[in-house]
Ligand binder design. Sequence first.
Ligand SMILES: [Zn+2]
Length: 208
Amino acid sequence: MRSILIPVSTKLKQSGTNGWNISNQKRKEASNLDDISADIKFPPDPPSKELIQKIIHGFSQAQITSIIEEGSCAVCGILCPCSKLTLLTNYKEKLHLLSDNGRVVTRRERKTKSDPVMVIPGPILNFRSDMICPKCAQSLDKNKPPELALANGLWIGDMPTELQNLTLAEQLLIARVRHNRCVVRVSSGMHKMRANAVMFANPTPTIY
Ligand SMILES: [Zn+2]
């Protein structure tokens, strides 16, 4: 044991520019536990009135309604903090990007069986909102239809009240399709890799 340990420690002391030695020194300076432990009093003093006031002020500032309130995007229908939404009227000239291009994406509500099947004319939007989210705005700025735009075949119309705010279990129960996705995590860089998605039709007649 002695013959192995002694030469290693001597070499490190002599070579001040050794890579391992430098990183070790830096690590020691960064942690510097000996110096810190001398200054720290334990147990520490209770927080000062100023610190408590600062923490409460910061918390209440982060809870302001205008910061946490969400509104829906007229283009994609996704909820987004109201503070980040901008007016859709600023993008009036770009609304042609949100047309159906001859595809049947929307459907006008029919009151009787004899009513004809018709699409809703004009750009495909969530008419309950007049705001646009930053992602959709960015796409329209580049003259590209947003990937998650309702015009991209994602329009489903107004959601019935009974189907709003469902729990996860209720959502799974009414889903027409159950799906499975394979996600692979790579340890270096924490990247995700998505493989194939498997979908099966739910036995809806059996459930109801
Ligand atoms: Zn959007």
